[in-house]
Design a binder for this molecule. Structure first.
Ligand SMILES: C[S@@+](CC[C@H](N)C(=O)[O-])C[C@H]1O[C@@H](n2cnc3c(N)ncnc32)[C@H](O)[C@@H]1O
Length: 247
């Protein structure tokens, strides 16, 4: 399991990106994620890969009774404790792979853009199931499978996208080869895991989750006005969102 957010160079670049008002988190990911959330009044929430705690704070502000945020990165947990502390919130420096150590049940398990860092999706989903009350919800976003699939050829640099007449064409390869991807994002060697829709959807349904809603990211007119390149979401979405209920 890689803890890339505790690499100083990576973390500084990531925080710089998140500190800008115009970024894909603020303009695309957060609004769609929040549109999937019901009221948290008096509910217990677990946020997996909580980062610096924006979603935990959102849940507390929305009336949650208790919020637990966990993250593998100490940098992230330290920052969350500083900027998103709250009476109802506790932060734990714990990898998602170890949530079986948590001994309580939650109404909602949330996770924003972190599941693609986890190798064993089936084990993760089984552990989440054990942490949810009957009819509890798992709501998560991750990088979209069409964005995680590509593996560049060895020893040859190629551009995986080209712009022609206001449109972006992307190379797609290895879509059905699920598994590890080592990519350059801020730094070399960032490890993510690609899973096709078959793997994602069937793992959820085999573990008794009913999918209530699935959203593939899009940019609204306002977002495109602020950052024109987000129009390319129509050519290939960045993110996938799933709202699933435990049967
Ligand atoms: C792209 S950030 C998203 C942070 C936050 N959810 C948000 O949306 O602002 C991904 C987060 O997942 C965390 N993460 C990655 N692998 C993890 C793992 N195995 N267990 C727990 N957290 C992990 C990272 O440390 C990082 O904070």
């Amino acid at each position: 399991m890689q803890n890339i957010y505790d690499n100083k160079e990576f973390f500084d670049d990531y925080i710089n990106m998140r500190n800008k008002e115009i970024n894909a988190n603020n303009l695309i990911e957060k609004p769609i994620f929040q549109s999937l959330l019901p009221s948290f009044k008096d509910k217990k929430i677990l946020d997996l890969g909580c980062g610096f705690g924006d979603l935990c704070k959102f849940a507390e502000n929305d009336g949650a009774r208790k919020v637990v945020g966990i993250d593998i990165s100490k940098n992230m947990i330290d920052k969350a404790k500083k900027i998103n502390y709250g009476e109802k919130i506790s932060y734990l420096n714990l990898p998602m792979e170890k949530i079986n150590e948590i001994n309580e049940k939650f109404d909602f398990v949330l996770s924003s853009l972190a599941f693609h860092y986890v190798e064993n999706f089936d084990k993760l989903i089984k552990n989440i199931k054990n942490l949810l009350v009957p009819n509890g919800y798992l709501i998560f976003s991750q990088e979209h499978p069409v964005a995680t699939a590509f593996i560049p050829p060895k020893n040859k640099k190629i551009d995986s996208k080209i712009d022609i007449e206001n449109k972006r064409y992307y190379l797609l390869s290895d879509y059905n080869n699920n598994g590890k991807r080592s990519i350059h994002w801020n730094i070399d060697g960032v490890v993510k895991y690609h899973r096709n829709f078959t793997a994602i959807i069937n793992t959820l349904s085999e573990n008794n989750f009913i999918i209530e809603k699935l959203v593939e990211s899009y940019a609204d007119e306002e977002a495109i006005k602020l950052e024109p390149k987000y129009k390319y979401q129509n050519d290939r979405p960045y993110f996938l969102f799933i709202k699933a209920k435990l049967a």
